[in-house]
Design a protein around this ligand. Structure first.
Ligand SMILES: *[C@@H]1O[C@H](CO)[C@@H](O)[C@H](O)[C@H]1NC(C)=O
Ligand SMILES: *[C@@H]1O[C@H](CO)[C@@H](O)[C@H](O)[C@H]1NC(C)=O
Ligand SMILES: *[C@@H]1O[C@H](CO)[C@@H](O)[C@H](O)[C@H]1NC(C)=O
Ligand SMILES: *[C@@H]1O[C@H](CO)[C@@H](O)[C@H](O)[C@H]1NC(C)=O
Length: 178
């Protein structure tokens, strides 16, 4: 290579490395107005965190996921609306100090179909809340097509455990998954 073409080659490499870094960072970006509050009211009005962009895995979005809901509701300000057809089934249940939704998702829509999934909760993404409750736990498991969310009052905080995503929806939030 001539000196000039070597220089151009080096510049091209630097530029592409920079482009990759920018793309990776994009997944970590959070915006001021990101909807960070979910609500679980009944089978018609409920939410779940989801990756901010289609094609991002659940675990890689734990730091910057955003709230998606079945419809606009003042209890989840600015939440996005679930992609059409994403929620296949949903079952509401409640008990002393908690409410929950369990159900099935269409893993061909928005998420990565073979993604083993992950867990969102009161600490991840930072600032996440469930209106009217002190904590929540929310798993999305594309590979098995399940999702679940439970919001808990302080008195039953053990029913919304953190850091147990590998256990899966069925074990952490018993309910109807069909
Ligand atoms: C669900 O909750 C919303 C908001 O609180 C309410 O307007 C609606 O009537 C409820 N629907 C059912 C089926 O309970
Ligand atoms: C929800 O509210 C937003 C912002 O006000 C609006 O743009 C959007 O059309 C609403 N969506 C539905 C399904 O009502
Ligand atoms: C899931 O979504 C895909 C892609 O839109 C669609 O072809 C398929 O019929 C859906 N499955 C169900 C069970 O709705
Ligand atoms: C949301 O949760 C955080 C803790 O994660 C808390 O500091 C904050 O006050 C809550 N915000 C609202 C509006 O409830």
């Amino acid at each position: 290579m001539t000196k000039l073409s070597s220089l151009i080659f080096i510049l091209a490499v630097i530029t592409s490395i920079h482009a990759i870094a920018v793309n990776v960072n994009k997944l970590d970006i959070r915006d001021e107005g990101d909807p960070m509050t979910v609500t679980v009211e009944n089978e018609t009005v409920f939410c779940s965190f989801l990756p901010r962009v289609s094609g991002q895995t659940i675990s890689s979005s734990e730091s910057n996921a955003v709230a998606y809901c079945t419809q606009n509701t003042t209890n989840a300000p600015n939440a996005r609306i679930f992609p059409d057809g994403f929620i296949l089934t949903k079952h509401f249940a409640s008990g002393d100090g908690y409410v929950q939704i369990t159900g099935l998702i269409n893993r061909s829509i928005y998420v990565v179909p073979n993604d083993g999934g992950g867990q969102y909760d009161i600490k991840a993404p930072v600032g996440a809340n469930c209106t009217g409750y002190d904590s929540f736990v929310n798993l999305v498991e594309p590979d098995v097509g399940r999702f679940c969310i439970r919001c808990c009052k302080k008195t039953v905080s053990d029913k919304c455990p953190r850091g147990r995503s590998e256990a899966g929806c069925e074990s952490i939030i018993p309910g109807t998954y069909s």
